[in-house]
Structures are given as C-alpha cells and as structure tokens.
Design a protein around this ligand. Structure first.
Ligand code: IMP
Length: 441
C-alpha cells in the first residue's frame, strides 16, 4: 500500500478565490475532507453540470460519494443553517449519513444572540464612525466574532456536544440569556429578553437531529489517518483574513491560514504533505479594510461584472482590483504553499493591458516587497505596477494550458516567477471541466 498524501487547500487572498472548485476536484484523490475553521461566513460554490451548490458549513466533499466529511473542533457551527444545508443537499438526492458527516462535539455553537450581537455592534460602529475613520469591519453578520469571543472567554460558550442534553442546556442558558439580554439592550437592540426555555428547546431539538453526527472528531481523525486514509483540509475564508496573520482588525475571528489546521482538528503539525494555495488571477475583498491594488474605476467594474463578483454568503458586491503578488507571496509563506491554483483567468480576457503589483512604495519613499499585515500601515502602501499585455479572445473553452494565448501564458509565467512556486492548476470557468492541470515548471 502506498503512503497516503494529505493535502491542504487554502485561500491566499481575502477569500472567494474559488476554493470550493479545487476542493471538489481534489476530493477524488482523498478519502476524508476536513473543515478546521470558520463557520457559515464561508461560501464555497461548486458547479456540477447544470447544478450549482453553495455550501457554507458542509465540507464541499459532501457532493462526492464515498467520502467522510468532518467539521472539526475549530469550526463554529450554526445548527439551524447546517440543518438547512443538509436538507438542501438531501433534496438533490445526496445521502448524508453518520458515516459521511462527522461533527466535532467540541465545535462551538453559533446562537441567535451571537448573530444579533454581530449585527448590532456593526450598526453601532458604523454610525459612530460617520465622518471619522471606519470602525466597523463589514462582517457577514453570521455571528462568527461573538461566537469565537465566547470560546476564548469560556464561561458563556456552548459546544455542539452540549446540545445533546436539554436540562444541562437550559441551566446554562438561564444565566447566559440574562447576561446577553442586558448586553443586547446596551447595544440598542429593542427586543424582548432572550427566553432560555425557548432557546434550550429549539437547540436541543437541533442537537437531536444532528445527534448521530456529533462525535469526538479528534480521535476519529487520528483513527482515519492511522488507517491510511488520505486527508484533505478545506480552509474557509483566507490567509489575509487570519485573526493573527491577516490585515487585523479587518479579518475574521479564526486562524484560516494552514496554521489553523492542527488546533482546529487535533492533528499534530505538519498535517499536510501538499499545500495548494488558491489565488484569483486578480484580487477581490468583501467588507472593510485596506486593499492596495483596489480599482474603483472602469477596470474594477469590468472585473466585477465579468467575474460575477458578488458574495456567495451575503450577495454584497465585492471590491475588485489588480493582482497583488506582495500579498499572495506573504500568504504562500505563512501557509507553506507547495503549489498554486490560479482561478478565474478567463475573467481577464479582453483587457488591453494587465497590471501586477510585486512591491509597494511607502510614505518615506522606500520600496518593499514585504507585505504589511498592519491595516493602518498598509493603507499607506502604494502599489508599484508592472504592466503586461492582455489577450483578446475568450479562453473558457481551452483544454490545454499550452493552447492559451501567449499573453496569458506570459501572465502565468510571471506569477510563477514572482512567487517562486509552480502553478499546477489554472481555472478558466466554473465547471469541473474548465480546468487546466499540469505545470510548465
Ligand atoms: P466575519 O467573518 O463575518 O466576522 O467577517 C469579517 C470579515 O471577513 C469581513 O470583512 C467579511 O467580509 C470577511 N469574510 C469572512 N468570511 C469570508 C469569506 O469566506 N470570503 C470573503 N470574505 C470573508
């Protein structure tokens, strides 16, 4: 028996790089698909034939038969959303069983008051900031930050395993609801106090529906690895949104780089033999925060329309701009990327010229090729552009990388050169078939 290879897939920009498609493609080569971070803030779109699947909590591998999908302890789970997603998938004829979906009993539960807190704080911060510097993060309002905050704060947190015991849940919620109701009122939420009995009943019912899936995924993952199964780690969000290494405070609340894998699964590092860093052929960002290569003019608008750059989770138009390779190179370093998947190259067809940024000019006139994860300092970084010729023809029907227009090949070569990492996969459309595999390096 050959030694199984374990792979991690991780976004190298600010999210929405097309990780769902790559995970879906790599699922064929792996037995176990693992989510280790984030929650329903993520949105992974997979297109199979005429069907489009938008997954937020379920690992994308659920769409392929015969795989074990694991929601690890590092994920924050909104049980209502998860059950809706499970139902939607079942309606399309895909079975979800205790064998193909395992949910960590240690994953933290997103409660309704977390989502209310998230939305209320954003509201308060955006009105407080009128005329001044922006303080709101532009979150997805899925309760991600408040749930992770409860995890770190400990006393008021609820884990998935607790949903199996309604009496215990009720006792805890009596205290939690009293405190949370006061906090929500202080944030200007005009609603009746939270009802612990209603919440305990509702969430215990969710726990009942998910009961067969909730388990100790740490031992399960070790067992699967020891049995020789190959693991695929599906990173949600992206490296530049990592709580420690992203553009803080305009980040999400988990370690979405590959550094989150050990803590979010209970597997010791190094967890993956191959780390596939996913990048778009350009850059996008949703929500607030610095974005040096953002283009607020016609080029950015054209990228948005051609790339259908609207959020999978919130529907918000994404901010668009040219490729920032300072940022990608930094993320590839943090994540230990061993290869690159370059997505959405087809979106760039029809531009006369394309711009790439591989260094920044700082306010003191100096030039750096190092990323600046400090959001305030990054605001002052000015991209230094390199201009490459574009190509006119559509490339979405091309099946071989060598058949791409010479300008597209040159664009990819230049990316490889700057990153020093081979591009193993190029995507020229949403379908599984619109993928050019193999490297020129
Ligand atoms: P939160 O994760 O909802 O707290 O949002 C924090 C920031 O991360 C916001 O700017 C969101 O738009 C951004 N964000 C969170 N998840 C994703 C994602 O999967 N793709 C893109 N942006 C995301």
């Amino acid at each position: 028996m050959s030694t199984p290879r374990h792979t991690a897939v991780v976004g190298l920009q600010w999210g929405d790089e097309g990780k769902g498609k790559v995970v879906d493609l790599l699922t064929a080569k792996h037995d176990v698909i693992v989510r280790y971070n984030g929650g329903a803030n993520a949105g992974h779109t997979v297109v199979i034939g005429d069907e489009k699947y938008a997954l937020h909590l379920l690992p994308s591998g659920i769409l392929s038969g015969g795989r074990t999908c694991v929601i690890g302890n590092g994920v924050v789970v909104d049980p209502e959303k998860l059950l809706q997603e499970i139902e939607g998938i079942r309606e399309r004829g895909i079975a979800i069983t205790p064998d193909n979906l395992l949910i960590s009993d240690r994953a933290h539960v997103v409660m309704p008051y977390h989502k209310e807190h998230d939305a209320a704080l954003e509201r308060v911060l955006s009105s407080a900031a009128e005329g001044g510097p922006g303080l709101s993060i532009g979150t997805t309002k899925r309760g991600i930050g408040p749930t992770y905050a409860d995890k770190i704060h400990r006393s008021l947190a609820i884990r998935m395993g607790e949903l199996r015991d309604e009496d215990h849940l009720l006792e805890r919620l009596k205290v939690i609801c009293a405190i949370r109701s006061r906090e929500l009122t202080a944030l200007g939420v005009d609603a009746p106090p939270l009802d612990p009995h209603e919440l305990a009943g509702r969430f215990a019912a969710y726990g009942q529906q998910l009961r067969e899936h909730i388990t100790d995924t740490v031992y399960a993952l070790h067992d699967l690895r020891n049995e020789g199964r190959s693991l695929l780690f599906e990173g949600a969000n992206a490296c530049l949104l990592d709580i420690d290494h992203g553009t803080f405070p305009y980040v999400t609340s988990s370690n979405c780089s590959t550094l989150g894998i050990p803590a979010g699964t209970g597997l010791s590092a190094p967890c993956a033999d191959d780390v596939v860093g996913i990048m778009k052929a350009y850059t996008t960002r949703v929500g607030a925060g610095p974005f040096p290569t953002e283009d607020n003019g016609a080029d950015g608008e054209r990228i948005r329309e051609r790339g259908n750059e609207y959020g999978t989770t919130t529907g918000r138009p994404r901010r668009c701009g040219w490729l920032d390779l300072v940022a990608v190179r930094y993320s590839a370093m943090i994540c230990g990327a061993t290869s690159i998947a370059c997505m959405l190259l087809d979106v760039l067809s029809g531009f006369d010229e394309l711009k790439i940024c591989s260094s920044y000019r700082l306010p003191d006139g100096s030039i750096t090729d190092r990323f600046i994860p400090d959001a305030r300092r990054l605001l002052d970084a000015e991209p230094i552009w390199e201009t490459l010729p574009g190509w006119a023809d559509e490339i979405d029907a091309i099946e071989d990388r060598a058949d791409l227009p010479p300008e597209a090949i040159r664009y990819l070569d230049r990316i490889e050169e700057i990153l020093g990492i081979p591009i193993h996969l190029v995507s020229v459309g949403p379908e599984r078939t619109q993928t050019l595999e193999g490297t020129r390096c």
